[in-house]
Design a protein around this ligand. Structure first.
Ligand code: FES
Length: 336
């Protein structure tokens, strides 16, 4: 029984029934202990009046033990809280009135000891600051941040120039961004573009033509009975050395232009003829047309022996066989 721990309800029930939780009886060891105990250690007196409620019991216990719910450990010991009273009641039930109550030292023992103020280095702790605030002492003010160095001031002349430059750009930006000025600038740009376009239109699209007169080398470069295609691509002529036109060994230059619609015929060495790829016109080595739609012979251009002995061709002069122009001495060079 001594090991059993009473619940709060049991304690209160016992207290309401009339007395101290561990009501001393003749058999209880608590009573035996209380005989030899001093008055200060004696169990609490039975309550004269039966408490009616928990509040009454606790009030009586706090007031000094009229209800004797908690035995006093000493005259100075005074339960301070419900927990203390319940602890004392449990102790009384288990060990009788001799069981010591929760050790207390007067009323001050109930209070918790203040937490020791801690401080780290030079910084005051929170407890110190709170204590200082309560006592009215001024709190330590943290050191002020170091000020940045003042901005260097430009010399008088340089500062004035800088200010003038800034104001000029500001005024220029403001002037250009004005709606009226923006319109004028746009119109000026459009006018300039139009002027350039007109100037380009007035300039002719010239194609640089090669000179009409050019030298083609000495007579020896063109042996008899041959057609040279050396100048066809560059100058548009064939150089022919033949005796088939009038029985004389002549060198002449034929234009490589078909007399039908202007295509460029090809010299076919195997067939000894000029053949137009467009509509099939054919021309002999003399330039006389003999097949296809070509209406007339090929044309000759001027040729002569230059003072330096080389042959010189002049494309600005043309000779047509149907007009009897091939008899002109400027249309051929007779071999000696
Ligand atoms: Fe040469 Fe028609 S252009 S045959």
């Amino acid at each position: 029984m001594a090991d059993k721990k009473l619940t709060t309800e049991e304690i209160l029930a016992l207290a309401r029934k009339g007395g101290v939780a561990p009501k001393p009886t003749a058999e209880s060891p608590a009573t035996e202990e209380s005989v030899g105990a001093s008055p200060s250690e004696a169990p609490a007196k039975p309550a004269a009046a039966k408490p009616s409620s928990t509040a009454d019991i606790l009030a009586a216990a706090r007031a000094g033990g009229t209800s004797a719910a908690a035995p006093k450990a000493s005259p100075a010991a005074k339960p301070g809280s419900t927990a203390d009273i319940l602890a004392a009641a449990r102790a009384g039930k288990a060990g009788g009135a001799a069981a010591p109550a929760k050790p207390q030292t007067g009323g001050e023992g109930v209070k918790k000891a203040p937490v020791a103020a801690k401080s780290v280095g030079d910084r005051p702790s929170v407890a110190d600051m709170v204590k200082a605030a309560r006592e009215g002492a001024p709190t330590a003010v943290p050191a002020a941040k170091p000020k940045l160095p003042a901005k260097p001031v430009l010399p008088g002349k340089k500062a004035a120039e800088e200010s003038t430059r800034r104001s000029f750009f500001a005024e220029a930006v403001t002037f250009v961004t004005e709606p009226f000025m923006a319109a004028w600038i746009a119109m000026g740009a459009i006018g300039a573009i139009w002027g350039l376009a007109v100037a380009r239109f007035m300039m002719p699209n010239m194609i640089v033509e090669p000179p009409t007169k050019f030298k083609i080398g000495p007579e020896s470069d063109y042996p008899p009975g041959t057609v040279s295609t050396k100048w066809k691509a560059e100058r548009g002529i064939w150089v022919v050395n033949t005796d088939q036109y009038n029985g004389k060994q002549l060198i002449y230059a034929l234009l490589s232009v078909c007399t039908h619609l202007g295509c460029t015929p090809n010299w076919l060495e195997g067939e000894q003829k000029f053949k137009c790829p467009c509509h099939g016109s054919g021309f002999y080595i003399t330039g006389i047309n003999f097949e296809g739609p070509a209406p007339r012979p090929l044309e000759r251009v001027g040729i002569r022996v230059a003072p330096d002995g080389s042959l010189e061709v002049d494309k600005s002069v043309k000779f047509q066989e149907e007009l009897g122009q091939w008899g002109d001495a400027a249309s051929f060079v007779e071999m000696a």
